[in-house]
Design a protein around this ligand. Structure first.
Ligand code: HEM
Ligand SMILES: *[C@@H]1O[C@H](CO)[C@@H](O)[C@H](O)[C@H]1NC(C)=O
Length: 325
């Protein structure tokens, strides 16, 4: 009798833990690192060499591809939806506010896809090509390496409305940043680590103008320098670019966090991570310990890549990334 009760209690605990294990928004998907190892054994080397040559001709392209992956995953999961081009009868995500005049790198992904299609037609999804290319971009700029989980399929739809509401704008407060990441199952620590992606790439004047003219938690000399190529008046120089990491914009390193500690974050949202709030200690930690940043960043990239993938017979394997089959 007593031992039956022990067994019953053990089963209750077991199933409770099992249910809790699935109780978050990052779906435990069937993605694996070896999904294409027999169906398309050269996919990794094909993507890697294309990314290397794209980054060699323009370092910023690595940043642009990394950002595309983030903007894909935050909008109904990592399903290649951002890659779908608008047509007269289809409105996708590319003209949503966070992407319009800003998201770039589509040609690189399209060209990789056609090279992969030649070797293994109809096998590798655009969503997976983007995930692999994002990793290769980080590595090509000197950042950490990790094994990319694959097996995603491509969406047949996209959502401009979801892109507008799910991708956080640079005007976000710390609590808004925390909640937009939490909405897709990512922790505050994941959010800070992933923001370290701003160690590479560029931002347009329109995204940081209010910060360099109106904010007080900014290094004065840094603000003056940025004002030189970003005029105060809306409509002039809106697209002028400045590096997100003032120190080493083409190297994937932890200087982004060091910049935040000297009030040289370019975006309002960047400086929110070190502005007297709960994430100050995380920023301080990453600024002194690049290995802890690298390991948290890679873990968070894998977690972001697990957001709601299409698997099994959901979605499709697109023939070209810009349009559904
Ligand atoms: C935490 C919230 C985030 C906000 C508010 C944000 C906002 C922005 C903005 C406004 C830009 C400049 C866009 C432009 O002017 O064209 C930018 C660029 C960029 N973002 Fe973020 N971002 C965030 C998180 C992330 C994450 C999680 C990643 C990737 C893991 C990422 C990767 C990048 C990269 C690499 C660039 C440079 C792109 C290029 O040079 O083409 N960002 N971001
Ligand atoms: C600075 O703030 C003032 C007052 O809110 C506003 O009118 C002005 O447009 C802002 N300037 C910039 C460059 O954001």
């Amino acid at each position: 009798m007593a031992s039956n009760q022990v067994i019953a209690a053990t089963l209750v605990i077991f199933f409770t833990l099992l249910l809790q294990g699935n109780n978050n928004n990052v779906v435990e998907a069937q993605l694996t690192t070896n999904f294409y190892s027999t169906s398309c054994p050269n996919v990794l080397s094909t993507v890697q060499s294309a990314v290397r040559s794209a980054v060699k001709s323009e370092a910023r392209m690595g940043a642009s591809i990394l950002r595309l992956f983030f903007h894909d995953c935050f909008v109904n999961g990592c399903d290649g939806s951002i890659l779908l081009d608008d047509t007269s009868s289809f409105t996708g995500e590319q003209n949503a506010a966070p992407n319009r005049n800003s998201a770039r790198g589509f040609n690189v992904i399209d060209n990789i896809k056609s090279a992969v299609e030649k070797a293994c037609p109809g096998v590798v999804s655009c969503a997976d090509i983007l995930a692999i290319a994002a990793r290769d971009s980080v590595v090509a700029l000197g950042g950490p390496n990790w094994n990319v989980k694959v097996g995603r399929r491509d969406a047949r739809t996209a959502s401009q409305a979801a892109a507008n509401s799910n991708i956080p704008p640079p005007t976000s407060s710390l609590s808004q940043l925390i909640s937009s990441f939490s909405a897709v199952g990512l922790s505050t620590r994941d959010m800070v680590a992933l923001s370290g992606a701003h160690t590479i790439g560029q931002a347009a004047c329109r995204t940081f103008r209010p910060r360099i003219y109106n904010e007080t938690n900014i290094n004065a000399a840094f603000a003056t320098t940025r004002q030189r190529t970003c005029p105060r008046a809306t409509g002039s120089g809106d697209g002028n670019l400045a590096p997100l990491d003032v120190a080493t914009p083409a190297s994937f390193d932890n200087n982004y966090f060091k910049n935040l500690m000297t009030q040289k974050g370019l975006l309002h949202s960047d400086q929110e991570l070190f502005n007297g709030g709960s994430t100050d200690s995380i920023v301080r930690g990453y600024s002194t310990n690049p290995r802890s940043f690298n390991s948290d960043f890679t873990a968070a990239m894998i977690k972001m890549g697990d957001i709601s993938p299409l698997t099994g017979s959901s979605g499709e394997i697109r023939k070209v990334c810009g349009t559904t089959n």
